[in-house]
Design a protein around this ligand. Structure first.
Ligand code: AMP
Length: 545
C-alpha cells in the first residue's frame, strides 16, 4: 500500500521560500569587498536570486545541468548566485582561491565549468589562469559598474549588477527532481588530483534539517549566525541553507578574517553563533589577548571544526569568554557535518573533568548519519573508546561516488564511505579522530595519535601552534617529532615542551625531538599540511638514532 502524503520534492529554493514567507524582514549583513557593510533581507535575497536565475538563463543561456563556477567570499551576491543558479537547475561549483594555479585549472576543466562568477579580489588570479581554461565562456565580476576594473585581460567580462538588472524578480522556479545536482565541491587533493563531490537538492535540504536539530547546532530565528567558514569550503558547513531554514539573521564576513575584523562583526552585529576552522579562532583569541578589555558579550556558541580543536582553545573560549564550544567533525563528502560534540541526555551528571575529555572529542552523529570503525580488513571494531579503526560513514547526505567515477575504492558495496580518518568511538557514541590514515605515526607497529600530541603541546605556555609528524627510525620504523611555532615575543624550549607532555601521554609516545620553526604550512582549507612538513624535515635526523 502506498501512503497518502504529498510528494514534495526537497529543493533548495523551498528553504528560501520559507525564509521569505515567514522571516522576510530578517537581515542578511555582508562585509563587501568594496568596503561598506551591506544590509538587506530574506525578501530581497529571494527577489535577487530569482533575478539572477532569470538573467543567467536569458543572457548566458545557463540551464539545467550546466556547471557554473564561483570564486567568491561569503557575501550577499554569492548567496544570490547559489540560490538563483541552484533553483534554475544549474550546478554551482565553488572554487577555493587558495589552490595552486595548476590545481585550479585542473578543477575548472574537470568540472566542465561554463561560466565564472568572481569577486573583484580574484580578478588577478583568474587573469593568471584564464589561458588554461578554454571552455569558460565568460567571467561575471560580482560588483557594480562603479567598481568594475578599468582594464582586465579576462575575456568576455560582464558586470554582475548589469547582468542582474536584466533579470525578472518574479521568475518562477522550474520543477526539478529532488535528486538533481545543485553543487559541486572538490576535495583538497593532498594526495593525487582533487575529486569532485556533487550535492543534490535533496541532500542539501536533508543535511540542513539535520544541522538545525536540537542535538546538533540547534538553530532558530532567535539566533544571529556568522559562518566564517568560507562558502567555497565544504558547503559552508550548510549554513547558507540551515540559517535561512531557521529564519536566523545571517552575517557574512567577506574577505577580512583577521582577529580585529571578525571581532568587530561579532560585536556590532551581536552574533550568537559563529563557525570556522581553528586557525581563525587562533587569530581571534590572540587579538582578544592583546586587547584585554574586549569581551564576547552576545556570542553563545562557537563551532570549531575542519581540524581538531585544541584543549587550550576550548578552555580559552569557555573559561575566559564564557562562550560554549561545539567541536564538529565532517568532510566535504558528507555535506559536510558528521558529528558534533554536544552533551547527550544522560551525561548531564558527568563530572567536569570527564565531560571535558568527552567534549574535546569530535562528537556524535545526528540522525541521518551512520558511523562505525573497522580494522584494515573491514571487520567492525567495538565502540569502547580504546580501539582505533578506519572511520566509515553512510547516509542520505553522504557521497556515493565522486564525479566521473574517480576514487571508487573509498566506497564499498554496502554504501559505506571510508573517510580516510582513523578514530575511536566510546560507549556513549562520541567519536575521536586520532589521525588521517596517511598521517598516523607508526612506532614499532603501534599507532601514535599525532592529533593528541599536537593538542597537548598547544597547551604548553609559549606554544602558538604545534604539529606532530612521524620521522624515519631504524629500530621503530617511525618516531614522533614535534614542530613548534612560538607565540610572538615568548620563549619556550624543547625541555619545557617535553616536561609539559610528561604524565599526559604514555611514555613511549614521547616525541624523540622537538624543533622550532617560524611557520607551519597549511593547506588551502586551513589544515596543517603534513605532506609539506614531512618534505621540509626530510633531511632532519632524530637525536635518538
Ligand atoms: P574537508 O573535506 O576539507 O572539510 O576535510 C575533511 C577532513 O578534515 C576530515 O576527514 C578530517 O581529517 C579533518 N577534520 C575535519 N574536522 C575535524 C576535527 N574536528 N578534528 C580533526 N580532524 C577534522
Amino acid at each position: 500500500m502506498q501512503g497518502l502524503m504529498q510528494d514534495w520534492p526537497l529543493l533548495v529554493h523551498t528553504v528560501l521560500d520559507h525564509a521569505r514567507n515567514w522571516h522576510g524582514s530578517q537581515e542578511i549583513v555582508s562585509r563587501t569587498v568594496e568596503g561598506p557593510i551591506h544590509r538587506y533581507t530574506y525578501t530581497d535575497l529571494d527577489h535577487r536570486a530569482r533575478q539572477i536565475a532569470s538573467a543567467a538563463h536569458s543572457q548566458l543561456n545557463v540551464g539545467e545541468g550546466d556547471v557554473v563556477a564561483t570564486m567568491a567570499w561569503n557575501g550577499y551576491r554569492h548567496l544570490e548566485i547559489w540560490y538563483g543558479l541552484m533553483g534554475l537547475g544549474a550546478v554551482v561549483h565553488t572554487l577555493n582561491p587558495r589552490l595552486f594555479t595548476d590545481q585550479l585549472a585542473y578543477i575548472v576543466n574537470h568540472a566542465e565549468d561554463q561560466w565564472m562568477f568572481l569577486d573583484l579580489t580574484f580578478v588577478p588570479i583568474l587573469e593568471g589562469v584564464k589561458d588554461q581554461l578554454p571552455n569558460v565562456k565568460g567571467y561575471v565580476i560580482m560588483t557594480d559598474k562603479a567598481h568594475m576594473p578599468a582594464e582586465t585581460s579576462l575575456p568576455n567580462v560582464m558586470c554582475y549588477e548589469d547582468l542582474i538588472g536584466e533579470g525578472d524578480a518574479e521568475f518562477v522556479w522550474p520543477k526539478l527532481d529532488e535528486n538533481t545536482a545543485c553543487g559541486m565541491w572538490y576535495t583538497s587533493g593532498t594526495t593525487g588530483n582533487p575529486k569532485g563531490v556533487v550535492y543534490t537538492h535533496r541532500s542539501n535540504v536533508l543535511h540542513a534539517l539535520t544541522t538545525c536539530g536540537g542535538d546538533a547546532l540547534s538553530f532558530s530565528s532567535r539566533e544571529t549566525i556568522m559562518p566564517v567558514v568560507p562558502m567555497f569550503h565544504a558547503n559552508a558547513w550548510s549554513m547558507a541553507f540551515s540559517a535561512p531554514m531557521a529564519g536566523a539573521k545571517l552575517v557574512l564576513p567577506g574577505a577580512q578574517m583577521d582577529g580585529a575584523s571578525i571581532y568587530e562583526l561579532l560585536d556590532t552585529e551581536k552574533v550568537t553563533l559563529t563557525a570556522a576552522v581553528p586557525t581563525i579562532w587562533l587569530m581571534l583569541l590572540q587579538y582578544l589577548e592583546q586587547n584585554p578589555d574586549l569581551k564576547l558579550d552576545t556570542l553563545q556558541n562557537v563551532v570549531i571544526g575542519g581540524a581538531a580543536c585544541p584543549e587550550a582553545m576550548m578552555r580559552a573560549f569557555e573559561t575566559k569568554y564564557d562562550t560554549n564550544v561545539i567541536h564538529a567533525w565532517g568532510m566535504t563528502e558528507m555535506s559536510p557535518l558528521g558529528s558534533l560534540g554536544t552533551r547527550k541526555g544522560g551525561l548531564q551528571k558527568m563530572s567536569g573533568d570527564e565531560w571535558w575529555q568527552t567534549k574535546l572529542k569530535q562528537g556524535r552523529p545526528a540522525y541521518s548519519i551512520e558511523m562505525k570503525i573497522t580494522d584494515d580488513d573491514g571487520k567492525d571494531l567495538p565502540n569502547d573508546g580504546e580501539k582505533f579503526g578506519r572511520l566509515k560513514v553512510r547516509g542520505p547526505a553522504i557521497a556515493r561516488s565522486y564525479f566521473k567515477g574517480e576514487g571508487a575504492d573509498a566506497f564499498d558495496n554496502a554504501g559505506w564511505f571510508d573517510t580516510g580518518d582513523v578514530a575511536t568511538i566510546d560507549q556513549h557514541g562520541y567519536m575521536q579522530i586520532t589521525d588521517r590514515s596517511k598521517d598516523v605515526i607508526k612506532s614499532g607497529g603501534e599507532w601514535i595519535s599525532s592529533i593528541d600530541l599536537e593538542n597537548i603541546a598547544m597547551g604548553c605556555p609559549g606554544v602558538a601552534e604545534a604539529a606532530a609528524i612521524g620521522m624515519p627510525h631504524p629500530k621503530w620504523d617511525e618516531r614522533p617529532m614535534l614542530v613548534i611555532v612560538k607565540k610572538p615575543g615568548e620563549e619556550v624550549t624543547k625541555e619545557q615542551v617535553l616536561a609539559h607532555l610528561d604524565g599526559k601521554i604514555v611514555k613511549w609516545w614521547t616525541p624523540d625531538d622537538v624543533v622550532f620553526t617560524d611557520e607551519i604550512p597549511h593547506t588551502a582549507t586551513g589544515k596543517i599540511s603534513k605532506l609539506t612538513l614531512r618534505q621540509q624535515f626530510k633531511d632532519h635526523v632524530l637525536p635518538t638514532i
